[in-house]
Write a protein that binds this ligand. Sequence first.
Ligand code: NI
Length: 186
Amino acid sequence: MWNISARAAETVEGPRPRDNNSSEGQIISVIAKMHRIFEEYVLASIKRKPMKKVAVFRREHFNAAHRLFNPAWDDGRNAEVFGKCSNPHYHGHNYELVVKVTGVPDPDTGYVMDMKVLSVITSEEVLARFDHKNLNLDTEFFRELNPTAEHIAIVIYDLLRARIDINLELQVRLYETERNFVEYPA
Ligand code: NI
């Protein structure tokens, strides 16, 4: 597994008949030596610092309806601030969710987190609650909390945080449209 440098040297030197007396042969030999030195440096670096953090990502999709509305304001003020998103009859979005989990890969599995488990947790906590739902009417979270992308991201984070190992860092990115997205924690 660690004998990459020898293979790299073969690749460099492989197709040509080797002639150490020619300048071309000397250049190839120097390049092969540089490959070996570089790879030995990388391998030494890997062995020196085993506690390297890696981020893994899971992308999910759900669609849901919402209405942005502040009950303390009249309809005119709501329409002024939230525009079409304050339409009293609601409207839908195709939400794209990216869940990011960061940690040191487990020495036994090589995984930061089993992606199958992350998929199940996201499905149970987020998709089952929000997919094809009216966020204002069908969920407890947004009866009083305005269902902006910011607030939805915070709720999703809290739901997932409760199910993911506390030693792992968590961040969620939520796309409300292709161009508008939020991240929490910021
Ligand atoms: Ni909207």
